[in-house]
Structure formats: C-alpha cells, structure tokens
Design a protein around this ligand. Structure first.
Ligand code: CP
Length: 292
C-alpha cells in the first residue's frame, strides 16, 4: 500500500524504515536530487497550513519532483466542487501522487479506495496527522537515541488533536509510554492512554504541548487564555521543574502565553523549530515511499 493515511494501521517496521530513510536524506549534503524527476506531485490543501504545506513542497522539490499546489480558497471548491471531483480532476491531468489535508474525517479512506494514485494524509480533521507524528518520533529518536522506554506527556486539547492521535499510535508501536493531561472538556475517552495531573505530566522525558484549537471549538471550551495558562500552560515556573534531560515539543502554530510561555518557545529544551526542520527529511522519505 503506497498510501499513507495514518499511523494506526501501519506496522512498527514500516515506521522505522521511514525514520531510517529520513535520516539518510538528512545526511545528504546536496540539496536537490533527481530521485523523483519526471513525477508530478499535487499538494491539495482544503484546510489552512504553513508548516506541512511548505515542508512537503520543499521535500518534493529536493527530490526533483514537479510540484503542483492546490489551495481550496482560490479553486472551484468555492463554486461547490466536491473534494472527490477535485482530486479526480488532478488525477485525470496525470499527477503521480497527492498530498491532501481535509477538514472532514472519514473521507480519506473512501478517496484512497477510488483514486489510483497514492495519497498522503497531511491532516484530516481530528483523526490523524501521520507525517507530524513521524517527524515527532524522528525528533525524539534523534535526541534520546531510541523512542523505546520514553514517557511522553501530551498536554492540552486532546479532543481536537490529530497530532495526539497519530503520536499515540506511533509512540505506542515504538515502545514509548504515552500519557495525556487535559481539562475534562478537552479529553478523548475513546483513546487508550491514562490522564495525569499537570504536575505528574511534567516528570516525563518529553513534554508535548498542543495548541488550543479555537477554530474547532463549537462552544467556549476555555473561559479565558489566562485561566487556561494558569491551569494547563507550560509556564516558565513549570518548565523549571522539568527533568534535566527532558525536552519540550509543540507541533505549532503556537499560541504564545496560552499553552506555552513566550520565553519557552526558543528555550534550550525546546525542539519546536527542530521539529519543523525534521519535517523536510521525513516528508522526503514519505513522498519517495509513495512513488518508489
Ligand atoms: N504542525 C502543522 O501541521 O502546522 P500547519 O498547520 O501550519 O501545517
């Protein structure tokens, strides 16, 4: 299967082979290769993105592919064209692979069953964001040498988070222990991970903060940013309690001074911009896998 729809349904050995291939690409001194020369890859974003969209584009260009960027906001989606018809349209023009970000969940497996070219999930609703979790696993493996045996606290808006879900599947498969910390109204009880207090969460090897996804909240889940920061934010005071070897992660974009203090975003323990850098070799490995 050359699609990458999520980490829930791929094996641990496939995950490791993607991480290993990303390490290979990271070590290559030349920026641009001819590996995918002559292949057309379409980046189809039906939901906004900065990191995922541009790191896929950089990854595809570094592999020598021809890149098409589709943005729903300036497309015939605005005239009512469906996701399926849009993807079929690009397929009929001869694309070889598609990277796709969608709001609705459950649409991607249906699309993948009908479309002949491989599809890569760039985030679907609150379901999965597999390349984000892969770059997170890569970042942890690089820092600690191995993911096995690590305790990872994922803190914040679990309910709306595809990053939390993909990380839960990926980390568990590679032998890490995942624990969540969230206000009661931002929990996802169907996910198989324990909830711990913020003080307990801070004892972990990795503290992964999540963005409060205000755009996905139907009603006011938080009373105020100050209140959220006081109860669940990674403040400078809380960061001082982290273990000496611990690292801080966040998929970004960041709400500074809500889930994480401004001064911690580029703190020595923070790997936030390293995560973004690691997104490029991870996406090179994933796009190459789709087209090999
Ligand atoms: N982390 C992440 O997916 O960021 P974007 O929404 O900017 O792609």
């Amino acid at each position: 299967d050359r699609h990458l729809l999520g980490l829930k349904d791929i094996s641990d050995s496939e995950i490791v082979s993607i991480l290993d291939r990303a390490a290979y690409w990271e070590q290559q001194p030349e920026k641009v290769h001819r590996t995918l020369a002559g292949n057309f890859v379409a980046n189809m974003f039906f939901e906004n993105s900065t990191r995922t969209r541009f790191s896929f584009e950089v990854a595809e260009k570094r592999l020598g592919a021809e890149v098409l960027n589709f943005t729903a906001a300036v497309s015939s989606v605005q005239k009512g064209e469906s996701i399926y018809d849009t993807v079929r349209t690009l397929e009929s023009m001869g694309i070889d692979a598609g990277v796709i970000r969608l709001k609705p969940i459950g649409v991607l497996p249906e699309l993948a069953a009908k479309i002949r070219v491989p599809l890569i999930n760039a985030g679907d609703g609150n379901n999965e964001h597999p390349t984000q979790a892969l770059l997170d696993l890569y970042t942890m493996r690089k820092h600690f040498g191995s993911v096995r045996g690590l305790t990872v606290s994922i803190i914040g808006d679990i309910l709306h988070s595809r990053v939390a879900r993909s990380n839960l599947w990926g980390l568990t498969k590679l032998g890490a222990k995942v624990q969540f910390c969230a206000p009661p109204n931002m929990r996802a009880p169907e996910l198989d991970a324990p909830y711990v207090s913020i003080d307990e969460a801070l004892k972990a090897d990795v503290v992964m903060m999540l963005r409060v996804q205000l755009e996905r909240h139907t009603t006011g889940l938080i009373s105020s940013a100050e209140e959220y920061r006081a109860q669940y934010g990674l403040t400078e005071e809380r960061a001082a309690k982290l273990a000496p070897h611990a690292i801080i992660m966040h998929p970004a974009p960041v709400n500074r001074n809500v889930e994480i203090d401004d001064a911690l975003v580029e703190h020595e323990k923070s790997r936030i911009f390293t995560q973004m850098a690691n997104g490029v070799p991870i996406r090179m490995a994933v796009v190459e896998r789709a087209l090999r």
